[in-house]
Ligand binder design. Structure first.
Ligand code: UDP
Length: 252
């Protein structure tokens, strides 16, 4: 049997050709990067936990009618997804001021926004994913007006749903990043939520202590990174049984 063919290796995942036409396999690595890959490291067991957390979130979102690329989890580190053409925009939603928004606008981290803010970043590592407006997206043809409207609508629904879901397990959803893709069925195209949803691409604060439970622990050298990812998985009810770091570290 021949090994699957990698299509693309990113910072936290490897994409392989899927086992069925029109599919890909997402393999979740333990590698972590921050500050446009200037900081690198590994978070033991992260790939397994992000695979489980993404499966859980994508499944819940599909249940409320958000179309996603997720098909099924294959094993501890891999999931089968629909192949799609990624829209080259990172969509960030913010409920509470943090990270680059705090820095850019000189605001205090932790200030709750009067309403969620949606931001767009152009996906280009060489440029450091610059902040762009809808005007840039439309004028430069990265997405059509109809697509952008649908993307913003879906993003706000995802935010509403996930804010409630996280609140129910004592977590504040501060901000997160989504990616969308185009799936073709014959001559028809539809948008799907793609990529992943995990503590790698959102900010999660404990509702009582405000303790960070996401990649900021790695970015800011706060320690307890593995434990934070495990705690999120545990509260969501998806922490694998007997999940000690050793067993999570195994390949599959
Ligand atoms: N984010 C991401 N990938 C990126 C940039 C940001 O997943 O390339 C996520 C990040 O984890 C956070 C949110 O998007 O949950 C907002 O990030 P921000 O703009 O504050 O940038 P950061 O401080 O992460 O550089």
């Amino acid at each position: 049997m021949s090994r699957k063919q990698p299509i693309y290796e990113g910072k936290a995942k490897v994409l392989y050709e899927g086992t069925e036409p029109g599919t890909i396999i997402q393999y979740f690595k333990d590698d972590a990067t921050a500050f446009n890959a200037q900081k690198r490291g590994t978070i033991a067991g992260k790939g397994v936990l992000n695979n489980m957390i993404t499966e859980f979130v994508m499944t819940r979102l599909a249940e409320i009618g958000i179309p996603t690329h997720f098909i099924r989890r294959i094993n501890m580190r891999e999931q089968l997804c629909k192949k799609c053409e990624i829209v080259p925009i990172e969509v960030v939603v913010r409920n509470i001021v943090a990270g680059s928004m705090a820095k850019r606008l000189g605001l205090e981290e932790g200030e709750r926004l009067p309403r969620p803010i949606v931001e767009f970043y152009y996906k280009d590592d060489a440029l450091g994913d610059p902040l762009v407006s809808d005007e840039h997206i439309l004028a430069l043809g990265w997405a059509s007006a109809e697509e952008l409207e649908e993307i913003v609508g879906m993003t706000l629904r995802v935010n509403d749903y996930l804010c409630g879901l996280m609140r129910g397990i004592g977590i504040k959803l501060v901000d997160f990043k989504l990616e969308f893709g185009r799936v073709w069925e014959g001559d028809f195209m539809h948008l799907v939520l793609a990529d992943e949803f995990s503590p790698d691409n959102c900010r999660l604060w404990d509702a009582v202590t405000n303790e960070k439970m996401d990649k900021d622990r790695f970015r800011r050298d706060l320690g307890g990174v593995e434990e934070a990812y495990q705690e999120v998985a545990r509260r969501l009810g998806v922490l694998p049984e007997s999940a000690d770091i050793e067993s999570l570290n195994k390949d599959k």
